[in-house]
Design a protein. Structure first.
Length: 129
């Protein structure tokens, strides 16, 4: 059975702030997600990270354990952890472009207090775009 996990965290150091760090994260993540049959999208905004991950339960759990141990994150909180009938994300690792515009569409100016409902709405908007 497929699962979706959406988490929010705060970036530590230059993570998410520099184009080079984002490119490195995306490259490694895409390779790992292909290997593990995961699909994902991530949003970086003002030092915060929001990521949706989809795949088989064991594969998603393995990635979450790696993320929890990753020193580039702090304040890691899982917003959604639920079984799904079908994937809404189809690429191994996607980057949400123009995060400020997406956040504005759900009435947020920052990811620091994003709720599960708002995270789902952002995923819906991204899929519709």
């Amino acid at each position: 059975m497929l699962h979706r996990v959406i988490y929010a965290s705060e970036a530590v150091g230059a993570v998410g702030a520099s184009t080079l760090s984002i490119a490195q994260i995306l490259g490694v993540s895409e390779r790992n997600n292909r290997r593990d049959h995961l699909t994902s999208c991530v949003m970086f905004h003002q030092g915060h990270i929001l990521q949706a991950i989809e795949g088989q339960r064991a594969d998603v759990d393995r990635l979450i354990r790696r993320l929890l141990d990753d020193p580039r994150h702090s304040g890691f909180r899982i917003l959604i952890d639920a079984p799904i009938s079908a994937r809404r994300i189809h690429e191994p690792m996607g980057l949400c472009g123009d995060p400020a515009a997406l956040l504005e569409r759900v009435g947020l100016n920052c990811l620091s207090r994003v709720t599960a409902n708002e995270a789902e709405a952002l995923l819906d908007i991204r899929k519709a775009a």
